[in-house]
Design a protein around this ligand. Sequence first.
Ligand SMILES: NC(=O)c1ccc[n+]([C@@H]2O[C@H](COP(=O)([O-])OP(=O)(O)OC[C@H]3O[C@@H](n4cnc5c(N)ncnc54)[C@H](O)[C@@H]3O)[C@@H](O)[C@H]2O)c1
Length: 676
Amino acid sequence: MRVLRAGVVGAGTMGGEIAQVIASAGVPVVLKDIEQSVVDAGLEKAGQVTGAQLEGLVEKEKLTQKEADAQAEEVVGRITGATDYAGFGEVDFVIEAVPERRPVKQSVMAELDAVCPGHAILASNTSSLSITEMAEATGRPGKVVGFHFFYPASTMRLIEVIEGEDTSEDTLQAASNFAGRLRKTAIRCGDAPGFVVNRILNSAISEIWKVTDGEGLDVQEVDRVIQESRAAPVGPFYLTDLLGLDTVLHVAEHLHDSYGDRFYVSSAMQKLVADGNLGKKTGKGFYEHGSPQREQAVPANEDLPDSLAERMSLKTLVEACLVLEDGESSAKDIEIGMMMGAGILPGPFTRADGQGLDTLLESLERARSEWGESFEPPLILRRLVAQGRLGKESGQGFFAYPIPDEGQTRETIALETCGSARLGRVRTDGDPRGDVGIVWLDRAPANPLSPQVIAELGDLWAEVDGNLRAVIFASSTIFTFSAGADIKKFTRMSPAEVRELIDAAHALMRAMERSSTVTIAAVNSLAFGGGCELAMACDIRLAAQSASFGQPEINLGIIPGFGGTQRLPRLVGAAKALEMNLLGDPIGAYEALELGLANKVVPDHELFDTALSWAHGLAGRAPLAVQQIKRVSAAGDLDEGVEAEKQGFAAVFESEDAKEGVGAFLGKRQAEFKGT
Ligand SMILES: NC(=O)c1ccc[n+]([C@@H]2O[C@H](COP(=O)([O-])OP(=O)(O)OC[C@H]3O[C@@H](n4cnc5c(N)ncnc54)[C@H](O)[C@@H]3O)[C@@H](O)[C@H]2O)c1
């Protein structure tokens, strides 16, 4: 679904900026509140934010002042203020940002259901309330979704897309696509209290609240220690002051009620709220705002610095694992959420993989005996350690990591060959490099298919073609499989250079398709443009649940250049391919499966093992037969195809492998094919 017009209800702290984000993405938006003065304030806020953003571009000399003024006028001109629902009969996507109270949200949802067109998606910016319950107030529960921005909405890049019990896959995909259009990153979450980011952050911070309350520590000193340790970008008390103590207290109580004692409600915060001290907005909270800072106190405990930061980091990991175990989100989305929504860099799983999961398991066991049950090592961590998946060093932990062969690390890609011990486990020294290869796309975060990548892939392919039996294309970053061509490089290339690049990419992809080596794309994340085209040139496409595919070239006014107009219709049919190439909207993994673009969809954490398992299975197939099947399968029209098949059959039927295969079948033994 294409959003041509949007609505925002509630023009408070969040609503004004949300409208601004939508308008600056070129979408007209109506912003409604109950009071005209609040609408005016929301519009003013949108204007200020737009002005500040454009001023930045003028300073960087990317725009002239005149251009900036004209753009500002255009952006603000796309926002219409309202105190009634008059403009809502034309919207495709509405976001409610009214106060965090269930009855208020439910009555707004019911009103929206009555005034918005039947196809419109009704989204909620709630931080903690149930999407399922809000959907119950409407006659379109399949079209109700959580769409949780972070404060401040204009600068924070994350949106949590929350799936209520009845939210349809179409709605989820449309919401993710709309987030992409707003230049935000969407992560998917289940409808559980606190969703992903607030739940994990609150769990971690509540450890700090608990120890500070219990030991009477100085909050500024605690903040300093946490910030210096880089366990979090801002001290937890200062952050609470910024967000508003009443809001944070409300969330903390809700999470304590929902999950129990591993969420602690700060008594110091309760007292401050009872006295009307709500943080920065009232001038006083844990800090005095606008007055000189107090002198820093001496830490009460000499061990304080290390143990505090460790406590917060370990609790972050525990809660992140529990979100994963509960099936509320994928490891990738949790990781991205904590990086973009909480500023924890790297995120908890990459951090843990880097430190070694066995080490962390020991630390957690120690922490549990010292600090209590909230540090109980999560099951998933125990399992990973039991499987020998100890993190980055071992090649697998929460995520999979390259262990390239010696001399096989190029600037943008790396080759790892492996035997079956890599499957389901980790690389071991005794594991011989076998006949399966993994080509790691290794240019985080976007894995662009630049001229250099195409050249390196071409060289590498010449080495492995026919020598390895199966090759997996995998990404070493969670952010993308490959986001497509390197647009910046494109703009600096001459037409002749572009032609050369396109020729090289086609030569590579046709060579892959004609080879006796089977190719598998393990699509872990976004496969857009050239990334999607590379995946389509592979023989098999395995997709993680959170993967998405798309040919967005049309948005740049160009067309797919690496075969997207040819392979896509062959895979998904002419009509759908035309739609995807003309609209440029991405599709999710399950739709890709339904259409025939993906061969299989698996949970994110199973993708790498599934790809290895398929590769090892396919590596045992007779190479000559593999090559002929690949070569003739999609050959031209039917008559040409049948002719090609006849020739291919004859070529293979005479081979040694054919004799071996038939002999092994009759002899009831395992065939060993040599490619002759
Ligand atoms: N403030 C944050 O940091 C933050 C961050 C993420 C999400 N949220 C969520 O966003 C939502 C809004 O939060 P906020 O901080 O902007 O609240 P806010 O109190 O600043 O704004 C809410 C606005 O809604 C208006 N309103 C109330 N009833 C209405 C109705 N029936 N129709 C139209 N407008 C109505 C109010 O007049 C007010 O202007 C909440 O669900 C909150 O949990 C807040």
